[in-house]
Structures are given as C-alpha cells and as structure tokens.
Write a protein that binds this ligand. Structure first.
Ligand code: ADP
Ligand code: MG
Ligand code: MG
Length: 897
C-alpha cells in the first residue's frame, strides 16, 4: 500500500481532491505545488496510517519506514541538503497535522525538526547566522518537549514550564520583559541548555538526538493528538466521525526568523467577517510559525507588508489572484517570507460568517468566478439564521455608554453576564443565563465556554487569533483585541473606561462595529426580518436585504420540494408566506383552545358525561374554531392549509391545581368533587401512548364532527367572498386503515352537509399523519382513503426508537459522547432507522395511490440535514416554523442542485 505521497518542484503524487486520504492540508499543498506556486517540498503520511495506528495498538505498517525514507530523499534532492547533516546545511522539517476538515488549533505542529547539538552547529556554519540557528533549536526543543514529550503545565502550575524558564531567564539577565526576538545567540544557547535540563527533570530521559527518532516521535504525537480532549470536543460539535483520522505532513522548513527581510503571515483573500473584497490578514517580521497567532507579539495588518517588503508582497497579491481563480472560492492562506522570497505553506477555503458568505457568493457570480447554483451551495443552510439574528436596537445604542473599541471579528449583537473563565461561563449558561465570555485571549481549552456564550470579547489578539477563528466558524458575536479593557482573573473583574465590572455584571458587544457597551442592551430584529415581515422601506434598500432576496430567488429556481409552514394563527401564517412558504403544513387546532376563556368551553366538553352535554359544549367551541380558520384561509389566499384534528390527550386541558378546579367549578356550575374525579379518571400512565390522536375522535365522534364543521363552514364563508380555499383535513396518529376510514367518513359527511347548507362547493382533501410505525408499515392500506401523508417525525421518532423525547435529557449527553447517536435524533432525522419507516411508507403509499401528496411536519422540517434527506425520499414538501422557512428553502434548493 502507498502510505506516503510526496510533493515538490512542481510535481505531486496527490492533488486537492484527495482530502479524505491526505487530509485538507496535504491535499492542498499538493494542489498548490501542481499549479506552480512556491511550496517547500514534502510528503504526506496518509490518514490510513492513522486508522492503522489506532487499530493496531499504536504501531505502524511495516513498509512505512522505507516509504518515509524515500520521501525524505526526495526533499533532500530538491533542497540540496541532508536530513541530520552534521557538516553541511542540514535539512530541517516541519511535522504538521492535517485532518480532512481543518480543525483550527486542535492539532500540534512541530517546526525545525532535525536539530541536535551537532546539526545546530552545521546550521550556524552554513547560514553564518548564529542567533537564527539557536533560535530554531530553542523553539524546536520547546515545541517537541511540549507536544511529544508532554512537558506541560501540570495541575497547580499556572504557566507552561518552558515559559517559566524563559521568563526567569529574561528577568535574571535583563531584569525586565523583553520580546523573544530580542534574545541574543548566547541567550538562545543558554535557554537550550536549560530547556534540555527541564526535559530531563520532567521525563527522566535526555532529549532525543537522532533526527529519525525525532521524526517518528513527532508523527506519533500528531496521530495521538487526534484523540486528545480538545479534538474530541471539537469533533463532537461539528459531527466529525472519529474514524476519519488525521494525516501527517512532513515538509522542508523555510525560515521566517532569519532577520528583518523575513517574516511570517496569515491572510484571507477577502474579508471573512463582512465579505468585503480586500486582502485581510496579519504579518510579523522576523517570526516563525505560531508567533503570528500566539499573541506574544502584536502582528501588523498585512497591508503594511507592502511598504516593508514590496517584492514579496507583490508576489503575494499575484498568488491571491491565482488561488481565487483556481479554487473559485475565498482562501485562507499561511505564508512565510525567507530573505525576500515568498513561500506558501497552506491554503484552504476560508471560514466565514453568514454575512460574508452571502456577499462572497453574490460578488463571485458578478465576477464570473462561479455560477448561481454554486452560489446557492456557498451559503451554509445551518448558518443562515445568523443573518436573521438580532442587532442592537438603535435607540438603545444612542443611550448606551460606549466603553471600548476592538476588532469586529464576528458580526451580530450580544448582551450577557460576563464570565472570565470558560468553565464558569459554561456553568452559568447551563443555568439559563445569557453569557459573554471575556478573556485576554482564548485558547482551545476555552472551547466549551465559547460554545456556551452568546458572544466573546478579548482584550488581546488580532483578526487571526483563536477567538476570531472560532467565532467566525461558530457564528458567534465576537470582538477581539479591545485593548482598553483590563482583565483581572484573580479578582474576577474587568476594568474599562473608569468602571469596574464584576463577573455576573452585564456588558453588550456589537461584533459588526467592534463596540463594547456597558449594561444590557435591547436588541432589534435584523434588516431581513424588518424588510420581509414589516415591509420596512429602509431595510429593503440595504445590500444585505437585496442579496438575501436574490438568494431566495435562486433557491426557488433550483428547488424540487416546496416549503410550507407550521402555523396556528393568521399572523404566523402571514410571516411564513412573506418568507416564501407556499401553504400550511400543520395547524395544531389544540393551540387555539388555550386562548382567552375558550379553555372553559373545552373543559366543559371534557367534563360532560352525556352525549347531549358534550354536544352543547362543543357547540360553544364551534364559532371560535370557525373564526380561527376563516382568518387563516383569508391570509393564505388559496394556498393549501393542512389542519390537524385534535391530538393531545384530554387531561392536558384540565385544571390540575385545587385553585383552578374551584374556579372552574364556579364558572360552569359543576361540583368541584366531580371535576376532581374526572381529572383523576383521565390520568394516564403514559399519555404519549394513551388516549390521544384519532383515538379521541373514534371514542367521541362528535369532536371530529365539530372540528370538520368549523373547517368547512369557514371554507364556505371565505369561498363565498371569492377567495380561493384549499383545506386539507389531517387525521392524527393513524396506525390502522380502519381508524382512518372511520374518521374520514365523518369528515366527508360533514363536508357534504356544509356544502349543501351553504350552497357552495369547494375542493378539500382528507389525509393522515404517518407517525406510528404501524402506520408506516401499512401505508398501502391507509392510502386507500388518504389523499396525503404528512410525516409527524417527532412522534415517529419517539415510537420508532421507543424513546420519549421529554425523558431523554438524562441520557442524551452520554449517548452522544459514546456515539450511540451521532446527532440528537429529535433534531436531525435518524435517516438509518426512522428513515426506513418513511421510505416504506412512501413506497407503499405510492403503490396504492401513485400521486399521493407527501410531506413532513415534525420539527425536522426546519433542520437542513433532515430537509436534504426528505429530498432524497422524494417528498413534495417540508413544513417548518415561520422563521425557519428560509433555512428550509435553502436546504431544499441545495439538495436539488
Ligand atoms: P495549523 O494546522 O495549526 O495551522 P500548521 O501545520 O499550518 O498548523 O503550522 C502552523 C504554522 O507553522 C504555519 O502557519 C507556519 O507559519 C508554520 N510552518 C508550518 N510548516 C512550515 C514550514 N515548512 N516552514 C516554515 N514554517 C512552517
Ligand atoms: Mg496550530
Ligand atoms: Mg496552518
């Protein structure tokens, strides 16, 4: 088996499409080499080796060593120097992880590998740059000691042990803080000595001298880091399977730390926060690797490189164009300049906010880089709600006190109680508090807190800092480098603009402008919401709004499935239709019974012991229901409305406290003992599987009769006003063909009566929910009478899994952590299990009634992955809550492209 793929000198074994095997970094290094960009040579050890490593007690395939030796030979030939050479210029390498999807900050990179007490001297001799050579060696021992040998801060230590040694030395020698780049060659030599002593003290062993031993150790550490805690947390958040594994890249070093004509940088080909077409990033002179993002020295905006290093900058601008033309997407690049010469070290599609994604996609269509279908795919459906997220209320902002400014790293508005530590932030969020995580800078250890927070505020760090990176990816509101805030971790306070805020106090941050405000600010809906829902004229003129509309227009062209909404009121219906819903997929009639004193009539109906009494109570409910449906039909103007008959168990409507029972007794003149008795009678051990759904209508046909009458009378009234109506009556919880027949017969009979009484005809349909496994399995029987199916995937998931959604809290986390569930099955459809039931129902339903209308109305209808699954099933529509309609439209369009 080929385990090693080399690249260099314009040639490569791999290419950009091989991310599964080579990881993202390795595949793109090969690709950049092939298109002629200046990339130092190297090779990738494939992800298959990682899989082998974990399957075989952390050992390697036997042919790997020979293949790696050939890889090193290839580098030596191109670079004209030898790995471990103690006489001439030695070949040094970077050992870099690279998973299929980039996992920022998760894996550890080791630079300058191959140095030892001999090769450092040959490096000095070959470069005549003593400070540089010993700087490399010092960095190498530090990185290798940390990542491979595990010399890290232990419990009770506040700082990394290597940092403690450096700080100690600086104070001992210079009596003050100086930056690392000011350390002399002698300083570096001394530090190497002290670092090695530290390694010996902590590990009991000497620092490995043999370059090959170093290389194998580093590769092993990269593979091992795939299973470290941070990597696991990250994978869980982004649903990356553990089986994917990581690749290891071994690459010839280029040096950004040789002096003033060298440096290191990271940049985006366009602005990933707001989408503006400008080169965006940071650069540090005389620096290596992580210096730029580590926050030890403050990097400069990359634009300033133009003055300091005009030639490599011009070359970089050319590379920027070549990359965008080639990858047809915004790139996030890492580069190093060695003595005036530019080298590219990494490229990948840049993470971006939803706002930037929208602008990139629109601009690139205009520039002819991509077509409109690609543009649709470039907007992640699960991020779209960022665009709909609130902004600060303008009136509130005018009143608020502006405390500080920072870099706008993640757009949006967030207000919350401040916490200075990730664990405390996460704990507070768990209790339901809105939380802002405030730190000097963040690191991967803070991930839990960042996930929990509404927004992130840092005092240090730039646009490529860890906080900015993660915020962009998670769509968090974020401000970085707000230098005016002073954080005291011990006292748990934040001082800014003469005020002191304690943990638990409120701050507000505007990640679009970079402004920090004191106190809690009210938020206002985004322009897209006000433009669409309120028809706000100013909002409609914004670029964001116009781009959003264009995107939705393209979705319309691409999509096969339509999107309906779950709505119970005319107002919800109006909003959903404005967002592009083409009908109602679910109206829950029971929600209507909780308004005003309708509940009294409902309770009277339930308490009734005779048919007459029940009919009398139902007669009181009828006008209410008719009025509701009239409003909905009028708003829909001829779009279809699926109305579900009464579904929940009756006891949900009953008064459960003594006070409520006495109150009801007075209101309807039924003795309180009788009420208590009835509540008692209706108690169920397992209401989810109890007397609910069509079981109610079968036990009490008069309920179905009343509801059907309300629907059809409303339809008749609206039709008379020359407004088209399309009622679709839906029978819930059907598992037997007979259940459906019994209920449908009532509905049809009432329809006939009402049409005769009102002297008007209109079209209507009767169909069912498919939400219990038996219904799915016998769908051919049910389809004899049912004109449509709507998958009620909440109940279908509960009944198929035998798991109650309301009782799942206790084991959901362990189930996700141990990967029993890859995702919460109530949020994302369990395609493998529940999906099979749906597939069966679709096939059987169509075998009886080829043109049967199929839809879904569970919560899953607004979840992008589930929507995509529904597309593959060939459903006609998905239905979701009004504000999820754009998300569902985007996901449905993407599924069809
Ligand atoms: P990450 O995945 O954390 O970005 P990388 O493997 O990209 O890790 O390495 C981090 C940094 O190390 C790079 O941005 C670059 O500055 C430096 N680096 C990596 N490879 C080399 C190399 N061959 N020569 C010089 N510097 C390198
Ligand atoms: Mg890194
Ligand atoms: Mg990198």
């Amino acid at each position: 088996t080929k385990y090693v793929y080399t690249w260099g000198n314009g040639k490569a074994d791999g290419n950009g499409s091989m991310k599964a095997l080579l990881g993202g970094k390795g595949a793109n290094l090969a690709e950049m080499t092939k298109i002629g960009l200046p990339v130092p040579p190297g090779f990738t050890v494939t992800t298959e080796v990682c899989t082998y490593f974990y399957a075989n007690k952390k050992t390697y395939p036997s042919s790997l060593q020979a293949q790696m030796e050939a890889g090193v030979k290839n580098m030596e030939k191109i670079m004209g120097c030898k790995f471990g050479d103690a006489k001439g210029m030695p070949l040094l390498v970077a050992v870099r992880s690279g998973a299929r999807d980039s996992m920022p900050g998760m894996m550890d990179t080791i630079l300058n590998l191959g140095l030892n007490d001999q090769t450092v001297l040959s490096l000095v001799a070959a470069t005549q740059n003593e400070r540089f050579a010993w700087d490399c060696y010092r960095r190498f021992i530090q990185m290798y000691g940390d990542v491979v040998l595990g010399v890290q801060k232990s419990e009770g230590e506040d700082h990394e042990p290597f940092e403690v040694v450096i700080e100690g030395y600086k104070h001992e020698k210079y009596h003050k803080d100086i930056v690392d780049s000011d350390l002399t060659a002698d300083d570096q030599k001394e530090l190497v000595k002290r670092f090695k002593a530290l390694v010996k003290e902590r590990t009991g062993k000497g620092f490995p001298n043999d370059p090959w031993e170093q290389l194998r150790g580093a590769a092993g550490a990269v593979f091992s880091s795939w299973m470290n805690d941070r990597a696991i947390v990250y994978r869980r958040k982004y649903n990356i399977p553990a089986e994917w594994g990581t690749a290891v890249n071994v690459q010839a070093m280029v040096y950004g730390n040789t002096g003033e004509t060298s440096g290191s940088g990271v940049a985006f080909t366009r602005n990933p926060a707001n989408g503006v077409n400008e080169f965006y990033g940071e650069f540090l002179v005389n620096a290596q690797g992580e210096d730029v993002v580590a926050g030890v020295r403050t990097p400069e905006p990359v634009a300033l490189m133009k003055k300091a290093m005009p030639k490599p900058f011009a070359e970089l601008m050319k590379v920027r164009q070549i990359l965008e033309k080639h990858f047809k997407d915004v790139q996030d690049v890492e580069f190093t300049v060695q003595e005036g010469k530019l080298f590219m070290l990494q490229t990948r599609n840049g993470k971006r906010t939803a706002a930037a994604a929208l602008k990139f996609s629109m601009d690139m269509v205009k520039e002819g880089l991509i077509d409109w279908k690609t543009a649709v795919l470039r907007n992640p459906a699960d991020q779209l709600d960022q665009l709909l997220a609130p902004i600060f209320d303008l009136a509130e902002v005018k009143k608020a006190k502006e405390l500080a400014k920072g870099l706008p790293a993640g757009p949006g508005a967030a207000s919350g109680k401040i916490y200075l530590n990730a664990d405390r932030a996460a704990a507070a969020a768990e209790k339901g508090e809105k939380v802002l995580l405030v730190r000097n800078e963040t690191s991967p250890e803070d991930l839990r807190g960042m996930i929990a927070a509404e927004g992130i505020l840092t005092a240090k760090g730039g646009v490529s800092s860890h906080a900015a990176l993660v915020a962009r990816q998670m769509g968090k509101v974020c401000i970085c480098g707000a230098a005016a805030i002073e954080i005291d971790y011990d006292k748990k306070t934040v001082k800014v603009a003469g005020e002191t805020f304690k943990e638990g106090d409120y701050l507000s941050i505007d990640g679009t402008s970079g402004t920090v405000y004191g106190g809690e600010l009210k938020t206002a809906p985004s322009e897209i919401i006000t433009g669409i829902v309120d028809g706000d004229k100013a909002a409609k003129k914004t670029e964001k709004f116009k781009s959003f509309l264009k995107l939705m227009e393209w979705c319309e062209q691409a999509t096969k499935m339509s999107v309906r909404t779950n709505a119970d009121t005319p107002e919800q219906t109006r909003i959903a239709v404005a967002f592009g819903a083409v009908g109602i997929g679910l109206t829950r009639t029971e929600h209507m019974f909780f308004e005003g004193d309708r509940i009294d009539a409902m309770r009277e109906m339930i308490l009734a012991t005779t048919l007459e009494a029940r009919k009398a109570a139902l007669a009181k409910l009828l006008p209410y229901q008719r009025e509701d449906f009239t409003g909905i039909f009028k708003t829909l103007k001829g779009l279809p409305a699926t109305i579900r008959l009464l579904d929940p168990p009756l006891h949900e409507f009953l008064p459960h406290t003594k006070e409520q029972q006495l109150d009801l007794s007075k209101k309807i003149g039924v003795p309180v003992e009788k009420i208590i008795q009835r509540v008692h009678d209706l108690h169920e051990f397992n209401p989810m599987l109890g007397h609910r759904g069509c079981r109610l209508g079968i036990a009490y046909p008069e309920i179905t009769e009343m509801q059907a009458r309300a629907i059809f009378e409303a339809a008749a009234d609206v039709a008379k006003k020359k407004i088209a109506v399309k009622p679709e009556v839906m029978i819930p919880l059907v598992g037997f063909g007979k259940e459906f027949e019994l209920q449908a017969a009532i509905v049809h009979a009432v329809a006939k009566e009402v049409m005769a009484e009102k002297k008007i005809t209109f079209e209507y349909q009767v169909g069912t929910m498919i939400e219990v496994p038996r219904g799915a399995l016998t769908a051919d029987e049910i389809a004899k009478g049912a004109e449509f199916f709507s998958f009620g995937t909440n109940d279908l998931t509960q009944t198929a899994l035998g798991i109650s959604r309301d009782d799942m809290g206790a084991f959901l986390m362990p189930y996700i952590e141990s990967e029993v569930f890859s995702k919460n099955p109530f949020a994302t459809l369990d395609a493998t299990g529940v999906g099979q039931l749906m597939q069966t129902a679709v096939t059987k339903g169509r075998s009886t009634r080829p043109n049967i209308k199929l839809g879904i109305c569970g919560e899953h209808g607004g979840d992008p992955d589930s929507v995509k699954f529904c597309h593959t099933l060939g459903l006609n529509y998905v239905s979701c809550s009004p504000y999820r309609v754009p998300v569902a439209r985007l996901a449905a369009a993407q599924a069809a492209i």
